[in-house]
Design a protein around this ligand. Structure first.
Ligand SMILES: C[S@@+](CC[C@H](N)C(=O)[O-])C[C@H]1O[C@@H](n2cnc3c(N)ncnc32)[C@H](O)[C@@H]1O
Length: 259
């Protein structure tokens, strides 16, 4: 649900509530993510993680979507793995998976939450030499990206796409699934459960500490992975679970580079 049809005074009340939260994410995104995960790991941020609304059910959906496309051989690499719930689920179903995240405390949390389930490593996947090193170590990978592209600005999305291309090598495929709420920032917040009467705790925590998210749908996918270089194997609309209440609209796709 968006704010379309909601009256102007309710919109203004919601804006006032957001201002009162005093959003204070550091400008540098890597710093923002690192501080967020340090806060979660250390217990300073006490609300549930916003995008971990119904992880068990979602893991089944993601596994079902990749099953026809993730051929045996390449290692499954979960890019921007957060607490590693999806990496661990993929490791259970596919035998082995590796999770990487730019935030050291996300990786520490993932290791703590899923001991022995998968390998977790700190890595900035907008950095091409890092991707080349990982590819040298793991070989061709099937890459999973959930909820990362929509939080990156355009230049970092392009850098991540270049890094993914290196990781796929000759045999890997990419599965991406991203928030895709239409409209502007207020519409996203409304879809995530905010209204004039209040903002759910997990959402308020994210607003206060993290960079503002965007959206990622078919148009963004076509711009980032153009048909001149990429084959679209499958895609569709879906929902992502949020801890703040309702699921939000999402877009997923499976791609491979021209070979
Ligand atoms: C919205 S969270 C999604 C986490 C996880 N994929 C999930 O679905 O639960 C975005 C994640 O991307 C990570 N991230 C942001 N920029 C990154 C980068 N350049 N390289 C690797 N991870 C990054 C953040 O630290 C964060 O854990």
């Amino acid at each position: 649900m968006g704010l379309t049809g909601v009256n102007v005074s309710d919109r203004l009340r919601l804006v006032a509530r957001i201002v009162r939260l005093r959003p204070r994410a550091p400008r540098d995104r890597v710093t923002a993510w690192s501080q967020f995960w340090t806060g979660v790991a250390g217990g300073r941020l006490t609300e549930p993680v916003l995008w971990e609304g119904r992880v068990d059910a979602e893991a089944v959906e993601h596994e079902r979507r990749v099953a026809p496309w993730f051929t045996p051989g390449p290692v499954v690499l979960d890019v921007g793995c957060g607490t590693g719930w999806l990496t661990a689920a993929l490791a259970r179903s596919r035998g082995v998976a590796v999770g990487v995240d730019v935030a050291p405390d996300a990786v520490a949390l993932a290791r703590r939450s899923h001991p022995g389930a998968a390998r977790f490593e700190v890595a900035d996947l907008t950095d091409l030499p890092t991707a080349a090193r990982l590819h040298g170590d793991l070989g061709d990978c099937h890459v999973v990206v959930r909820g990362v592209l929509h939080v990156l600005p355009a230049d970092q999305r392009r850098a991540l796409a270049r890094a993914v291309r290196v990781l796929l090598g000759d045999r890997g495929r990419l599965y991406l699934v991203e928030t895709n709420v239409g409209g502007g920032n207020l519409d996203y917040l409304a879809a995530a459960g905010a209204d004039a009467a209040g903002i759910p705790g997990p959402l308020a925590q994210a607003i206060q500490t993290l960079p503002r998210p965007g959206h990622f749908g078919p148009q963004e996918r076509a711009a980032l992975f153009p048909a001149t270089h990429w084959d679209l194997l499958a895609d569709g609309a879906g929902r992502l679970g949020l801890a703040s209440g309702p699921d939000v609209a999402a877009y997923w796709a499976v791609l491979q580079p021209h070979r």
